[in-house]
Design a protein around this ligand. Sequence first.
Ligand SMILES: *[C@@H]1O[C@H](CO)[C@@H](O)[C@H](O)[C@H]1NC(C)=O
Ligand SMILES: *[C@@H]1O[C@H](CO)[C@@H](O)[C@H](O)[C@H]1NC(C)=O
Ligand SMILES: *[C@@H]1O[C@H](CO)[C@@H](O)[C@H](O)[C@H]1NC(C)=O
Ligand SMILES: *[C@@H]1O[C@H](CO)[C@@H](O)[C@H](O)[C@H]1NC(C)=O
Length: 479
Amino acid sequence: MHPHILASLIVALAGLSAASPLLDPQVMEFMASRDTAVTPIGPLAHRAASGHKPRHLRPEEFVPAMSKRDSASVNSITGADVGQIADFNGSDPEPIRGANGATFLSNSNHEIDELNVDNVAGPTTDQGTVPNLKWSMSLSHTRLLKGGWVREQTITDLPPSQDLAGAELRLAPNAYRELHWHRVAEWGYILGGTGRIAVVDQNGKNYISDIKGPINGSDPDLYYFPPGTPHSIQALDDGLEILLIFTDGNFDALGTTFMLSDWLARTPLEIVAQNFGVNTSVLANIPQKDPYILPSTTPPPQLGDASQQAVSDPQGTSDIPYVFHISQQEKQVAPGGGGWVKIQDSKTNFPISTMLASALVYIEPNGMRELHWHINDEWLYIISGTGRATAFAGSSSSRTFDFVPGDTAVFPISYGHYMKNLSPTEPLIFLELFKADQYVDFSALQWLALTPAQVTADLLNISTSVVESFKKEKQLIIA
Ligand SMILES: *[C@@H]1O[C@H](CO)[C@@H](O)[C@H](O)[C@H]1NC(C)=O
Ligand SMILES: *[C@@H]1O[C@H](CO)[C@@H](O)[C@H](O)[C@H]1NC(C)=O
Ligand SMILES: *[C@@H]1O[C@H](CO)[C@@H](O)[C@H](O)[C@H]1NC(C)=O
Ligand SMILES: *[C@@H]1O[C@H](CO)[C@@H](O)[C@H](O)[C@H]1NC(C)=O
């Protein structure tokens, strides 16, 4: 900064209240040392200098952007603005779209901006005050334990998600998620590794089954525990990582999860001993605090050998499976070839899962889950790829969000939405989850195709021949 500019700045600052941090000598020194051109500071500057490129994909052959971001003519959109994602061609996103907006004069968190270009320079169709509907698991506190970790997204993180909350759980090889039950239902999708679950139902029928992640390119397993049903999970020798879903946005509130060891530690020992029919001395070393996750003392039988561990049950074993093998399910291929879905719910193929309906969605590069809505809140989890969705909240309000792996999101009940795969090369894979006994969706295109053509034509000011070209079957995913 030129000395006389600095001098006039100091004069200007002198007019500020004495409490202003701008009068702090260190701040003044920093400002004096700072170039007038806006450059990132600290780790951001380091990141820029090292030529760091964000890990997420931006479709490179999509609308090219202007390269000169400091010029007043900077424009993230060339050609007609038809709502495409703004492309800053590797430069830091700026709040500019067409003739609107202006560069950041001060700093911004460019890493976050890059992951949320639609927050910074969203399509002009976005309007109103739609709340944030996205949460990255990377923003969650991670609880580290002997034998694994857990991180959650609950209603305090994402208030619009009333029906469902999520968590990621990691177990080291052979470690346990201890014996417990919940007030709500628990649904799990195996993100990686292998494990084994054990359950006992209200009639004393037991159930034990191995669970597998996406090994060798196959689709993984999922499981469901009804409310109140006691269960435990053990990793096998690969370790295990699970996406957990609970049928209450506030699932981690007091009175929601009940750990067996915690219960015993909070009960008079003589009562526990009498209940178990043993001498109190036998129970002298039971834990005084629930471990939540704990290592095993002896490795369990290997994958495929669950039956070696099964306890003989005079009531018999459960006749209804708690585990669903997605790898054994037929793909429902989108008619236009844009991808496929596999839907699981209690009405069609997973009878026990009466409170959770799910869909694994695979979108080919550049494909798009069609415009649609549901009769429940939809909770999403991005498994891989990069996506973009606009939530239409009614009342002329909508907001566009960008997604990368580990993002969760909610489309509240009835909100219209789509999900577009932004990559020209990679698939987008995600889960749709509902607190429901059946998967239900409504397709906008199918609705229009099956309504008298003149009605649609008059509303949209398009010809009836265009309306008649609309597909009458649900497209699910548009290529
Ligand atoms: C995008 O950036 C690359 C490399 O930084 C450059 O070669 C190219 O000209 C830029 N494209 C546009 C449209 O600005
Ligand atoms: C995965 O593939 C490898 C190599 O073909 C094989 O050795 C292994 O047993 C497979 N794992 C499973 C769980 O099928
Ligand atoms: C309980 O165990 C202690 C120590 O082993 C023993 O002295 C006591 O007699 C036992 N009590 C009963 C009721 O078995
Ligand atoms: C429909 O579009 C035509 C142009 O093709 C325009 O002249 C006309 O005003 C439009 N009608 C309505 C009702 O917007």
